[in-house]
Ligand binder design. Structure first.
Ligand code: SF4
Length: 154
């Protein structure tokens, strides 16, 4: 029997209203259906897992730390999230993830620069960095085709 891989995916990409502004960034339905055909989807939102509310104040990364607009350092909130994710990766044999570009948690190639001025720079979200340190290959929502091509059903 063909075996699908587990795919960790940002909840907001599936249409769940977990973003800081209470909204989502749902992928086109055809993309979601294609992903469901190829993978077992394991959805997560690291910011909600950290205890942050919906909606919540925006956060960004500056000097590797997660901060809010008043420069409060919230990085430590993500330590328990990392522990949960490590358990998930190990127990569910997760080797791939599809995360939301530009987010301070989930960004894959690009994040905001920490000045809260809407300026994007090259970079990765805190959880993306962590997943990569565990050996997970992380794709953004702009790389769905590559993700599917590189990970055929086994
Ligand atoms: S933390 Fe990730 S999953 Fe949660 S809303 Fe932000 S981008 Fe989406």
């Amino acid at each position: 029997m063909m075996k699908k891989k587990n795919l960790l995916i940002s909840k907001c990409l599936l249409g769940e209203n977990v973003r800081f502004d209470g909204g989502h960034c749902k992928l086109d339905l055809s993309l979601v259906e294609n992903l469901q055909k190829h993978f077992h989807l394991k959805a997560l939102c690291p910011e909600v897992m950290s205890g942050m509310s919906i909606p919540r104040d925006p956060i960004e990364i500056r000097d590797g730390r997660i901060i809010d607009k008043s420069n409060t350092d919230l990085t430590s909130l993500f330590e328990p999230v990392k522990a949960i994710i490590k358990d998930m990766v190990e127990s569910e044999n997760i080797t791939i993830a599809l995360l939301k570009e530009d987010s301070p948690s989930c960004g894959v190639h690009s994040i905001y620069d920490g000045s809260f001025s809407g300026t994007k720079i090259s970079g990765e979200g805190l959880i993306t960095i962590y997943l990569r340190s565990l050996g997970v290959k992380v794709y953004s929502e702009y790389e769905v085709k590559n993700l599917i091509d590189h990970n055929p059903i086994g």
